[in-house]
Write a protein that binds this ligand. Structure first.
Ligand code: CS2
Ligand code: MN
Length: 358
């Protein structure tokens, strides 16, 4: 496996590239042009600038996360072809600078969602927390209206410049079912996978986080059945999955290790992190170590190892430790510790003669 580290860009990330280079075993960055709204064609100069920064720091730029999908595509609106055309042009440009995997998601309106970005853990660190009942009772429209000025969410999808349009966007999803979303995803895949194939790129869809519907919005990349349906919809080596142990693991009914075993040949990118789930549906992000959460991270790494996984991996959200000031979930320290744990498991598996990396 190839170890990577997510980086939000110069001036946008608290972690400098030279620190990433110092994390043992880390080959490259997972990057994106975060200041561009979904649907826009990525300009070549900006792409080239990040390529150069990565290469100058001795890091690979082969994985992009995410090229976000415009809501018109998820909604199946008549202007979707325009945004799909932009998407295809971006795929082509990214391939031209050596990008091999593009991660994206198909979650309506919001990306990952939590109720507390700094919930204190017993050891004094803080982490991202999801309180199920709070979300169930949340009147999202009211929040958008009332708190638009002082929203303390700092989550993707809640950017201040986007709040104005949120109400309308939520309205446009009225009556959109999971089946509609599947069919709009199918249309999108039919249109972009040929471009990805022609350019040697793997498109890797990220599971929904949390893997269930929130605020009445449909969510479909949530479990093994739906992942299988998505992969079969366009049966191509370029139509892949970003396996995410934390997103899928938030639902105790999912078995992350077995999802890896079943879909290994179509996993192009893996996000590995742990979550501690509660019976009432709450979950909190934990250290990557198996014993610290509810996801058997050892088993996930073992499943990747068994399958001779050669793709990209990154630690996912970490806790905030040692008083680090950073983007929620994306500090240096806990993610670097996570890498050492993942590589520790991988390297020990490699030392067992019968299991040696294929
Ligand atoms: C994160 C996401 O929720 C997660 O696990 O990795 O922010 C993810 O990066 C995006 O949803 C992918 O498009
Ligand atoms: Mn993830």
């Amino acid at each position: 496996m190839k170890m990577m580290f997510r980086w939000f860009g110069e001036g946008n990330d608290t972690v400098p590239l030279r620190y990433i280079k110092q994390i043992p075993g880390t080959e490259g960055i997972v990057w994106a042009l975060h200041d561009l709204p979904a649907g826009e064609e990525w300009p070549m100069e900006k792409i080239e600038a990040v390529r150069k920064q990565a290469v100058d720091s001795g890091l690979s730029n082969e994985v992009v996360e995410s090229v976000n999908v415009h809501e018109a595509i998820k909604l199946g609106h008549s202007d979707r072809d325009y945004y799909i055309e932009n998407y295809n042009k971006t795929i082509e440009k990214l391939a031209s600078v050596g990008v091999k995997v593009i991660c994206y998601n198909f979650m309506p309106v919001f990306d990952w969602f939590r109720t507390d970005l700094k919930k204190r853990l017993k050891d004094g660190s803080t982490a991202l927390f999801y309180e199920h009942e709070k979300v169930t009772n949340m009147n999202v429209r009211q929040i958008v209206k009332q708190n638009a000025d002082d929203l303390d969410f700092h989550m993707p999808g809640w950017e201040p410049e986007r709040l104005g349009e949120l109400s309308t966007l939520l309205d446009s999803y009225q009556g959109i079912t999971e089946e509609d979303l599947f069919s709009n995803l199918h249309y999108f895949l039919n249109a972009i996978i040929p471009m990805a194939e022609a350019n040697g790129v793997k498109m890797a869809i990220h599971p929904d986080d949390p893997p269930w519907s929130i605020f009445g919005l449909p969510r479909i990349i949530t479990n093994r059945e739906n992942i299988s349906r998505m992969l079969k919809m366009v049966d191509s080596a370029s139509n892949c999955l970003t396996f995410c142990s934390g997103s899928l693991g938030a639902n105790p009914k999912n078995h992350p290790g077995n999802i890896v075993r079943e879909f290994a040949d179509r996993i192009a990118f893996a996000h590995i992190r742990n979550v501690k789930t509660e019976d009432n549906g709450d979950f909190i992000e934990a250290s990557h170590r198996t014993q610290d959460g509810s996801v058997d991270i050892y088993d996930v790494v073992k499943a990747l190892h068994e399958s001779g996984y050669k793709g990209y991996v990154r630690p996912d959200h970490g806790r905030h430790i040692w008083d680090e000031v950073c983007r929620p979930g994306y500090g240096l320290y806990d993610r670097a510790l996570g890498i050492m744990y993942l590589l520790g498991v991988w390297d020990s598996l490699n030392r067992i003669p019968s299991l040696k990396e294929k």
